[in-house]
Ligand binder design. Sequence first.
Ligand SMILES: Nc1nc2c(c(=O)[nH]1)N[C@H]1C(S)=C(S)[C@@H](COP(=O)(O)O)O[C@H]1N2
Ligand SMILES: [Mo]
Length: 532
Amino acid sequence: MRIRRGVLIPLLVLVLVPTAAAYFQWLAFGLPTVHVPAGGPGVEPHGFPFWLRIGHYLNFLFVILLIRSGLQILAEHPRLYWNVHCTPNSEWLRLTPIEVPTDRVWTAKDDARYLTPWIGLPGYRHSVGLARHWHFLSVLFWVANGLIFVVLLFGTGQWRRLAPTSWSIIPDAWAVFVYYATFHLPPEPNPFYHFNALQQLAYFGAVFVLAPAAILTGPSMSPALTNRFRWYPKLPGNRQIGRSFHFLIMCGFVVFLVAHVTMVVVTGFARNMNQIALGVDEETWFGVIVGLTAIGVVVVLNVLANWSAWRYPRAIQHVAAAVVTPIMNQLLNDVAPVAEFGREDVSPFLWPNGKTPTSAEWRELAANDFRDYRLKVFGLVENPVELSLDDLRAMPKHAQITLHHCIQGWSGIAEWGGVAMADVIALVRPAPEARMAVFRSYGEGKEGGHYYDSHAIENLRLPQSLLAYEMNGEPLTILHGSPLRLRVENQLGFKMVKWIKSIEFVATYKDVGEGEGGYNEDHEYFGELANI
Ligand SMILES: Nc1nc2c(c(=O)[nH]1)N[C@H]1C(S)=C(S)[C@@H](COP(=O)(O)O)O[C@H]1N2
Ligand SMILES: [Mo]
């Protein structure tokens, strides 16, 4: 693991300077006076109504699921960058001991790490497909729960317990911080009526700063969104800054969670648990038991989440397809990718993925510079064709400089030159019942068998759906898919088949492979959700 000094030092300063200042104040002037407002039945609003306790609890459940599945996704490409190119050794945070070797091919797949299932959801290695299902399933419920929570906060006046209404909260919060930082407990108000100033600021920050920031930075990683609205990833700076912020916000939630739970325990555990779980200002064992049981339920649900991901991965994949895909499609489908970059933006290095073909057939073609290569386009079409590279080069050439998004988290910009899939479709004239095109590769998948993937024909008709034979002005290299590879810029990288052998037009992908739409969908439970 390595963190760049340029990030570590500001982070340390952020922690150490206030702590040192707090110690100085304590030693020089003693502990500050903390103003404790009086509690009592007259104070409005007070207490923790039922909806607030349920919302708080569900939020806890979903945040834990989101953190655990998010860390699993991170383990798939355990490097964080400020630059959009993801150039090896330019990362500000590296969560792997491996420095990318330069003397041999090192694919992004090789680079993925193992994560223990105690932390990761679902744990182990190469489980990003299932981790994403849990992440997106959780996020829908988390956002819905959060929206209801915030509406009720404002509807009931409870927001006044969180939102600061006077600047005096800043010096008041500092005074409380001086106590905590020097390992003292300040005189506390009864949280049933008032939070202390630092507590109030922390709660406000979690609900009104961290949560919205997490929701906003998430989509900055979506190929459909960023390649449609180029301004969106520019809000954080670029796609990798969005990803880095998404991670740092998660760290913020973890720090909040640890501090919050610690304070619940040390400032009167029994009373706090009664307030949180039952909404009563009492000190009974019953409240403690209910609270601890509820936490136990969260633990059990997490165990079930891991277990189901390993025992019934196909079911999880299908549940996500039924629940998440329609919503995401509503938001992200049919957005034509338009974002283009300049030559000066092209990445110096594009992470490779996939197994280079080893078959004698492909090696013979390669040895002869692909002069005998024929792209077979067949299936439900009026005019099946076999196209040589010269045939393809004779068709109108399109070039695009676009941002590639891998499901693992890395990205990169390259210039691609080739034939628009729209032109190929026009040439072969698919039958009315044809819905999908299946792209088969000469290359194998990770577990053997040929790599393939499928795309909706209507998506292939959009601009930026390209059969590329050139990358950065040169014929495709072997590593990047020679002689022909796909580019569909509103989708994730795994849909962009390299070393293409044939294109078959079909009514449904259900009869191809294991019927999930592609090699990674079949073998790694990737979702159809390739636009985020
Ligand atoms: N045949 C084949 N094509 C493939 C893959 C593969 O494993 N086999 N991997 C995909 C994935 S996951 C990505 S991110 C891109 C990577 O393209 P690149 O190697 O040109 O960067 O190729 C895609 N095409
Ligand atoms: Mo990928």
